[in-house]
Ligand binder design. Structure first.
Ligand code: ADP
Ligand code: MG
Length: 188
């Protein structure tokens, strides 16, 4: 299984990943961006808002993804891999570009290796506002609530267009309820 947890910032990805760590002690846990040595540098540049060009920013994330596929995903493809974010975020966050163009570029970056299980944690506008206000925000988060809600929609559109096996879970459920829904999906 190549499982990915998706959702905008504060949706509860890290929280669910820690729960999965005790349920899948043998699994490889990773993340995008920043799941490799090169990726750590690219992540700092990309999330720090260093790129003035939207195209440059988009290619930083693509470079991270390409390296992550070669260094982490391919060598472990016969194990269980659980990733905090993935190609889905890569496509969804590139809002300056048409979805279909991003799908093509990301297929190149991933050599067409796509997740077998996609979990999208979906927040309501009210819940998103209240969680973000409790957190110190990075440059992407500062782009605003409507920006993040648009990304959330693009995530759902992306999994449909890529025809990926996925589940959308209401992120305002309790942590335990979400854990159970994830477990059901992975056991299907
Ligand atoms: P992400 O990794 O997606 O940015 P986190 O797991 O860091 O999100 O969670 C963001 C915040 O929301 C944290 O303060 C966390 O404790 C809280 N949180 C996570 N899941 C839930 C939940 N199901 N209900 C209420 N609060 C939650
Ligand atoms: Mg997190």
């Amino acid at each position: 299984m190549y499982v990915v947890i998706e959702g905008v910032d504060t949706a509860g990805k890290s929280t669910q990943i820690s729960a999965l760590k005790s349920k899948f002690p043998e699994a490889i846990f990773t993340k995008e961006p920043g799941g490799t040595d090169l990726g750590v540098k690219l992540r700092t540049m990309a999330l720090g808002g260093e790129a003035k060009s939207n195209i440059a920013e988009m290619f930083l994330f693509l470079a991270d993804r390409a390296e992550h596929i070669v260094e982490v995903i391919k060598p472990n493809i016969n194990n269980t891999i659980i990733s905090d974010r993935s190609v889905i975020s890569g496509i969804a966050y590139a809002t300056k570009f048409p979805l279909d163009e991003m799908i093509d570029l990301n297929k190149t970056a991933t050599s067409n290796i796509l997740p077998s299980h996609v979990i999208i944690l979906e927040l309501s506008k009210n819940e998103l506002v209240s969680r973000l206000s409790a957190k110190e925000n990075d440059s992407i988060e500062l782009r605003g609530i409507d920006y993040l809600l648009n990304i959330q929609n693009r995530m759902k559109e992306t999994v449909k267009k890529l025809n990926l096996n996925h589940v959308v879970i209401d992120a305002s459920l309790s942590i335990e309820e979400i854990e159970n829904k994830i477990e059901d999906f992975l056991n299907e």
